[in-house]
Design a protein around this ligand. Structure first.
Ligand code: ZN
Length: 231
C-alpha cells in the first residue's frame, strides 16, 4: 500500500514531465495555481525586495531594447528592467513573475544584440509563466507529501522523482531559449546573438541526469535548431 502510494507519486511526476516534454512549442499552458493578477502582484512584491537587497537600478538602454522585444509578445505582462552590480559569476538574468527582470552588470554587453539575447531569454521565462508554474509544482509536491504516511519518508527523496523535477527545470530553460529565438527574429535582432551569449557561459564541471540546468552546449544546439526551423 505504502509502496503503491510512492509508486503513484513517482509515476505522476514522471507523467507530468513527459507530457510537458512532448509539447512541440513552448507554451504558458500547464498547471498553475496563480491567476495573472496574482502573478503580477507577486512579481511587484518580489521586485521591490530584490531592488532593495541588490541595490538595483532601472536602466534606460535595457528598457528600450526590452520594449522592442516585449512588443512581440501578447502584452499580458509588462517587462521592467533593472541592473545590479555583483561579483557573482551567475550568468542567468532574474526573471520575476509578471514582468520585472534583473540583469547583472557583468551580463550587459556593449553589443546590443547580445544584450537583447539575454533579455529575450528573460522575457520568454516571464511570458511562459515559469516562476509560478514552478511554485505550483512545488506546492503540488507538498500536498503529495502531506497525504503520505509519515513513516514513509519524503516522496521527493526518490531518485526517479528528483530526475523528473530536473527534467522539468531543464525543459523550462530550453523553452525560454526557443521562445527567445522567435522574439529576437520578430523584433529584428539577429538570433545568432543568442549563440554568442551562450558560448560565453562557463561550461559546468560535470553533467548528469539530476542536474537541473542544461549545459550551454545543449542550449546552443536547441537555439540553432530553432533558428534553422525559422528559416
Ligand atoms: Zn533561464
Amino acid at each position: 500500500m505504502r509502496t503503491n502510494t510512492k509508486r503513484i507519486m513517482t509515476r505522476l511526476i514522471l507523467l507530468l514531465a513527459t507530457v510537458s516534454a512532448t509539447l512541440a512549442q513552448p507554451s504558458a499552458q500547464g498547471v498553475n495555481f496563480y491567476s495573472i493578477e496574482r502573478e503580477i502582484e507577486l512579481g511587484k512584491q518580489l521586485a521591490s525586495k530584490t531592488q532593495a537587497s541588490r541595490q538595483a537600478q532601472p536602466d534606460t538602454r535595457l528598457q528600450a531594447i526590452g520594449d522592442k522585444l516585449a512588443a512581440k509578445t501578447d502584452g499580458t505582462f509588462q517587462c521592467h528592467f533593472f541592473v545590479y552590480a555583483t561579483v557573482d559569476p551567475q550568468a542567468e538574468p532574474i526573471a520575476l513573475p509578471g514582468g520585472p527582470v534583473f540583469v547583472a552588470q557583468s551580463m550587459v554587453s556593449a553589443d546590443d544584440y547580445v544584450t537583447a539575447a539575454v533579455q529575450a531569454h528573460a522575457i520568454a521565462h516571464i511570458v511562459l509563466r515559469h516562476y509560478t508554474r514552478e511554485m505550483t509544482r512545488t506546492e503540488l509536491m507538498e500536498i503529495g507529501k502531506k497525504s503520505m504516511p509519515p513513516n514513509l519518508g519524503s516522496a521527493s527523496s526518490s531518485p526517479a522523482i528528483e530526475m523528473g523535477i530536473a527534467q522539468f527545470k531543464k525543459k523550462f530553460e530550453l523553452d525560454a531559449d526557443r521562445l527567445a529565438v522567435k522574439l529576437m527574429i520578430d523584433a529584428g535582432y539577429d538570433p545568432q546573438a543568442l549563440v554568442r551569449w551562450l558560448q560565453s557561459l562557463p561550461t559546468p564541471q560535470k553533467a548528469g541526469l539530476l542536474d537541473d540546468f542544461p549545459a550551454p552546449s545543449r542550449r546552443i544546439e536547441v537555439v540553432q535548431q530553432a533558428i534553422d526551423a525559422a528559416h
